[in-house]
Write a new protein. Structure first.
Length: 209
């Protein structure tokens, strides 16, 4: 069974409050989204395996732990997920990048694929799918399904703000996927926005609307 991790940390609360503030402009919003992505990535990588290696310090030689060459794919869901890429790459610089594009079909109202490009060796990588908002869970579930269909096995989902029904929906459909969240809010409104939320993450990141 997967785990749902809501990261409790003063820096995360503080930075999330900056994102929520409607007076925060796009430049600050982008910077803080990246900072939060970095902080969440710290938790996502907590179980990465280590190996012992011999290192010569300026004083002596010792055996120390380094990452066991874990292969990672960072996969933002377009477009808001792009806002988290630089933050994650700043601590996992050797990750490869994939991209997933989904639009909402006007008839079915379901997320529908329009773009998917993932690293060829996706089956061997820890796949970190990113989207700042987990609202109904429909988009996230479809993004995870697309990665699984192309061979992804170790899949983790990272978001900044989630609604309980979104967490529940992803957990139900993909019980093998661990979910990492900065903050959880109470509910969705009739337009599918998280309340109290932070508005439309894509618009606020890119200054559209
Ligand atoms: N997507 C957003 O950008 N904001 C929400 O509140 C919900 C989904």
């Amino acid at each position: 069974m997967s785990k749902v991790t809501v990261i409790e940390h003063p820096l995360i609360h503080h930075k999330m409050a900056i994102l929520r503030d409607k007076h925060t402009g796009s430049k600050s919003f982008r910077e803080v989204v990246n900072e939060l992505a970095l902080l969440v990535a710290y938790e996502v990588t907590r179980d990465f395996p280590l190996v012992e290696t011999e290192i010569e310090t300026p004083i002596t030689t010792g055996t120390f732990k380094v990452l066991a060459n874990e292969k990672v794919a960072v996969i933002p869901v377009l477009r808001a997920g792009l806002g988290m890429v630089d933050g994650i790459l700043s601590i996992i610089p050797n990750a490869k990048l994939g991209h997933i594009g989904l639009y909402r079909n006007h008839d079915t109202l379901l997320p529908t694929e329009y773009y998917c490009k993932l690293p060829d060796d996706i089956a061997e990588r820890v796949c970190i799918i990113m989207d700042p908002m987990l609202a109904t869970g429909n988009t996230t579930n479809e993004a995870i399904r697309m990665v699984k269909e192309r061979g992804g096995k170790d899949i983790r989902f990272v978001c900044l703000l989630a609604a309980p029904q979104g967490i529940e929906a992803v957990h139900r459909e993909h019980p093998d996927v661990d979910i990492y969240i900065a903050n959880v809010d109470g509910k969705l409104n009739e337009h599918g926005y998280i309340v109290p939320g932070l508005g439309d993450a894509g618009d606020r990141l890119f200054g559209t609307k």
